[in-house]
Design a protein around this ligand. Structure first.
Ligand SMILES: Nc1ncnc2c1ncn2[C@@H]1O[C@H](COP(=O)(O)OP(=O)(O)OP(=O)(O)O)[C@@H](O)[C@H]1O
Ligand SMILES: [Mg+2]
Length: 229
């Protein structure tokens, strides 16, 4: 059982247009890996630029952070529906609203359940971590818009180096330096990392701009950053 977090970061181009071709390639890859090989998986999709855009407006109009997070949750659910639409009959038709709903569904359907956000105060990475925990996943794959975890944010520090492996304690220290607000839980949030640590979840960060990378990670090829316990 694999849990695949697809970062909303990879869904939109610079002009805020949806990458339709990438979605179509993902649908083919996911069908290949999970439908034909009978491996089971659950997918969590992030909010990406859609969430940031909506949150920027509600925040500017004076909404509180819990409400802004709800905007992000709904945006992530809309992004989840892109994958539900693309996967057709192999996907469960509705994104669950919370972990209990997910768990109940998981026990009665063989279809791929595709989630967006669950609750304010946490990111879709925390959704993915709690799903991985409740189903005792063999791996949690975090597909994002960079090659893995760097020594510093590669968008801000040109000297940042990609790390092939990283101890969970070092990931925690890295994240501790970040501040979070609705729509901005870069890389991985504190709630998510704590769940990964307490249940020793096998977590790997990979670049999701190419669906082939998902295939590589599933088949155990060394790629991205592996978090060790
Ligand atoms: N040490 C780090 N290593 C790698 N990336 C980092 C690091 N610190 C911060 N980041 C930032 O985290 C970003 C990825 O997180 P971001 O939340 O933007 O995307 P995502 O989680 O894939 O998408 P979404 O949140 O929409 O699901 C990278 O683009 C990078 O700029
Ligand atoms: Mg994120």
């Amino acid at each position: 059982m694999f849990v695949v977090k697809i970062g909303g970061s990879i869904l939109f181009d610079k002009e805020y247009q949806l990458k339709q071709k990438l979605l179509s390639n993902y649908a083919k890859t996911i069908r290949n890996i999970f439908s034909e090989s009978k491996k089971k998986c659950a997918i969590v999709v992030g909010g990406g630029k859609l969430a940031r855009k909506y949150i920027a407006v509600t925040r500017a109009l004076g909404a509180n952070e819990a409400y802004n997070d709800i905007m992000g949750i709904e945006a992530a659910k809309l992004n989840a529906r892109l994958f539900i639409g693309a996967l057709g009959d192999i996907a469960y038709p509705e994104p669950p609203n919370n972990l209990q709903e997910f768990h109940a569904l998981f026990n009665v359907t063989d279809k791929i359940i595709i989630c967006g956000g669950f609750q304010p105060g946490q990111s879709t990475n925390a959704v993915a971590a709690s799903i991985a925990e409740i189903v005792t996943a063999e791996k949690l794959l975090n597909l994002t818009d960079v090659d893995g975890v760097y020594t510093a944010d590669p968008d801000k520090d040109p000297n940042a180096k990609l790390m092939k492996e990283l101890a969970i304690s070092d990931l925690i220290s890295l994240i501790a330096k970040q501040t979070t607000k609705a729509g901005q839980y870069p890389l991985f949030d504190k709630t998510a990392v704590q769940i990964v640590q307490r249940s020793k979840i096998v977590l790997q960060f990979i670049n999701g701009s190419d669906p082939e990378n998902l295939m590589k990670a599933i088949t155990g090829k060394p790629i991205g950053t592996l978090i060790t316990h």
